[in-house]
Ligand binder design. Structure first.
Ligand code: AHR
Length: 507
């Protein structure tokens, strides 16, 4: 196959630092939605269930994915949730009508089961409180239930439920997507801003060490995007630590070129929220610098979703179980690169969701579990992108996109581990026709190439499923290497996500 006529070039310089890779950037999300919890992480009748009813095969994949943090219990679900329904003896828990997804919630998994599962897997929990149908009192009671050792009504209730040690949950979301008209208990920015400020104050009164995330816009194309953040932050700036961003990306009308450039949209979204947050900071004369929590992001073919009101009322229904292609995996990889590029301001990232519901892991009731295509770039990034993020100075040919105009064919970011000097370069070829020749100049070498792995396929629509769970997986690219001048020479396959590992030559 002929190459792209113009090569791409980049410089990897240990001095071009952006910020540290916060492990919280590699988070995920478990919502009581569809089959994420029931028959996803939890299925007591499954042959691989542990004594608590959680699937060990799914837990093994969660470990392999390398996610660090998990947001819970929603999502839209949290805006109608009574957390008290999900604690105490299981046989006394009510079956509730969940308004968000028109489902029957059995409450067989609740706060204690989830937090115990997360702790066993070494995942930091990020809990959300209901600021849709509820408010200050339910929020402060939940913090007390989770974080106070004992001797108060709510903490003693937890102890009476068999959980002697407090869970010590640090990170809390003040509701979910409250700007969205679809949200149960949707509010104006002023209404929500006041409520979030007072709920946050009460939560801090219970436990001063909690960190709070206030809701930003549901996505960057909301009519109120920007004005919502400004008004909400005017009320909450002193009480909160992070503002949330959410966004889902999909290929529309066959426009794959723009879809492959979704990272351009995410970069602009982050930059817009940073500007808004810093504007509010200036108007308040505050010295505090808020960081961002991109706590829902993924590819989601939302245009195919019929809407909540069209759903049949059912227990653990199959909802938005999107099957991901190679193209989707390349986009997920590049979105994660965009988050890393903003490590100076984005502190938390949550791939939404973890199992079955627009997820990197799929599972079947009483059946197998497997890795979707999108699992691979996430897992490799989590394993190797460590230390300091480096801004790569790149020259690249461009590709034309209907949505964003000409964009660089090469999307790249790198990380460096201080102790070992090891470099990880992540690179996407957004071009669909030709391999892209890449020359990278790593400064401070010499280095040797440990490996070049790539996710690509002759069929960019190829997927994994229960019958062929490993149809798509990363492959080693054998012909890449260092030239005589110590430069990395490689060919990035068309429509590919790539990972290069370089280590200093010590002798
Ligand atoms: O992740 C699916 C849904 O997307 C979440 O419940 C909601 O927060 C968002 O709109």
């Amino acid at each position: 196959m002929p190459h792209s006529p113009t090569p791409a070039h980049l410089v990897l310089d240990p001095a071009f630092t952006v910020g540290q890779v916060d492990p919280r950037l590699l988070g995920s999300f478990v919502e009581h939605m569809g089959r994420c919890v029931y028959t996803g992480i939890y299925e007591p009748d499954h042959p691989d269930a542990d004594t608590d009813g959680f699937r060990t095969d799914v837990a093994a994949l969660v470990r392999e994915l390398g996610t660090t943090l998990v947001r819970y219990p929603g999502g839209n679900f949290v805006s109608g949730y009574h957390w008290e329904d999900g604690v105490g003896p299981r046989h006394q828990r009510p079956r509730r009508l969940d308004l968000a997804w028109r489902s029957v919630e059995t409450n067989q998994v609740g706060t204690n089961e989830f937090l115990t599962w997360a702790a066993r897997l070494g995942l930091e929990p990020m809990m959300a409180v209901n600021l849709g149908t509820r408010g200050i009192d339910a929020a402060r009671a939940l913090v007390e239930y989770c974080n106070i050792p004992g001797g108060t009504a709510w903490s003693d209730l937890r102890v009476s439920h068999g959980v002697r040690q407090p869970h010590g949950v640090r990170l809390w979301c003040l509701g979910n997507e409250v700007d969205g008209p679809w949200q149960t208990g949707h509010k104006s920015a002023a209404e929500y801003g006041r409520l979030a400020a007072e709920a946050g104050k009460a939560m801090h009164q219970v436990d001063p060490s909690v960190e709070l995330v206030v809701c930003g816009s549901s996505h960057d194309r909301m009519d109120t995007f920007g004005t919502w953040e400004r008004e909400v932050l005017r009320h909450t700036y002193d009480e909160v630590d992070y503002v949330s961003l959410h966004c889902y990306y999909e290929e529309l009308d066959g426009d794959r070129a723009s879809f492959l450039a979704s990272g351009v949209r995410m970069d602009a979204h982050i930059a817009d929220v940073v500007s808004t947050v810093d504007h509010v900071r200036a108007t308040l004369g505050s010295r505090k610098r808020l960081r961002l929590s991109f706590d829902e992001w993924n590819v989601w073919y939302a245009a195919r979703f019929p809407g909540e009101r069209a759903l049949e009322l059912a227990e653990a229904p199959r909802l938005i179980e999107d099957r991901y292609s190679v193209t989707d995996a390349v986009v997920v990889g590049s979105l994660l690169m965009s988050l890393l590029r903003h490590a100076d301001r984005v502190a938390v990232g949550c791939l939404a969701q973890l199992v079955n519901v627009i997820a990197p892991i799929r599972s079947e009731p009483r059946g197998p579990s497997w890795r979707q295509t999108t699992f691979h770039p996430f897992a490799l990034t989590a394993r190797h992108a460590r230390g300091t993020v480096l801004r790569v100075a790149a020259d690249s040919p461009t590709v034309d996109t209907p949505a964003f105009g000409p964009v660089p064919a090469l999307d790249a970011v790198a990380t460096r581990e201080e102790e070992t000097g090891r470099l990880t370069l992540l690179a996407v070829n957004r071009g669909q026709e030709h391999p892209l020749p890449l020359r990278a100049t790593p400064r401070g070498g010499p280095y040797r190439l440990v490996e070049h792995l790539a996710l690509y396929d002759e069929d960019p629509d190829a997927t994994n499923d229960a019958e062929a769970p490993d149809r798509v997986r990363p492959r080693r690219v054998p012909d890449s290497g260092m030239d005589a001048e110590g430069q990395l020479e490689a060919l990035l396959p068309p429509l590919s996500w790539n990972l290069f590992r370089l280590e200093p030559v010590t002798d």
